[in-house]
Design a protein around this ligand. Structure first.
Ligand code: SF4
Length: 163
């Protein structure tokens, strides 16, 4: 039986943009994610610090872990990669979830036509983004939040207050 994740991966593989999400991606990495990636065979030379730890890109602009049209660490990929096409911002104690526009991501049209698939991916995105936001230092998060995310629309707000 095909899972939601399998369906999304199949659509990504057919993306006309040819792995556009992985071009210039620089997904942020917590120490926990770095440990998982190193355990999966990623080298420390493929990671850099630019106000936050992130994956490097190759000379062609694609993520160092992108090869032959796909991610080479699919089962261990960073939280923001798992969350796509959802992305995020933080305003005070509120986590804002954004969805990319259909014009830049073919997954969006698929998700909008299948409410169960949409909700499953949104739940997965929120879980991963919450883990990321809670593991990053305030300084790292501040740098990450300065990155512009054009062509997105806000779809959810979640309180980050404890209790
Ligand atoms: S880790 Fe994988 S999914 Fe994420 S940007 Fe790199 S190649 Fe793409």
């Amino acid at each position: 039986m095909s899972t939601n994740c399998d369906s999304l991966s199949e659509i990504c593989a057919r993306c006309q943009l040819g792995g556009g999400c992985c071009h210039g991606a620089h997904p942020p990495l917590t120490q926990r994610r770095i440990d998982i990636l190193i355990h999966s065979g990623v080298t420390s030379g493929e990671i850099e610090f630019a106000g936050y730890h992130r994956l490097k890109v190759k000379d062609d602009g694609f993520c160092v872990l992108f090869d032959q049209g796909g991610c080479t660490v699919h089962s261990a990929k960073p939280e923001t990669c798992v969350a796509g096409p959802f992305t995020f911002d933080v305003q005070g104690d509120v986590l804002e979830i954004y969805l990319k526009k259909e014009s830049i991501c073919p997954l969006v049209a698929y998700l909008k036509e299948d409410i169960a698939a949409y909700q499953a991916q949104l739940d997965l995105a929120v879980k991963n983004i919450l883990a990321l936001v809670r593991d990053l230092s305030p300084q790292e998060l501040e740098v990450i939040l300065r990155i512009e995310e054009p062509e997105t629309v806000k779809v959810a707000e979640i309180s980050l207050e404890k209790g």
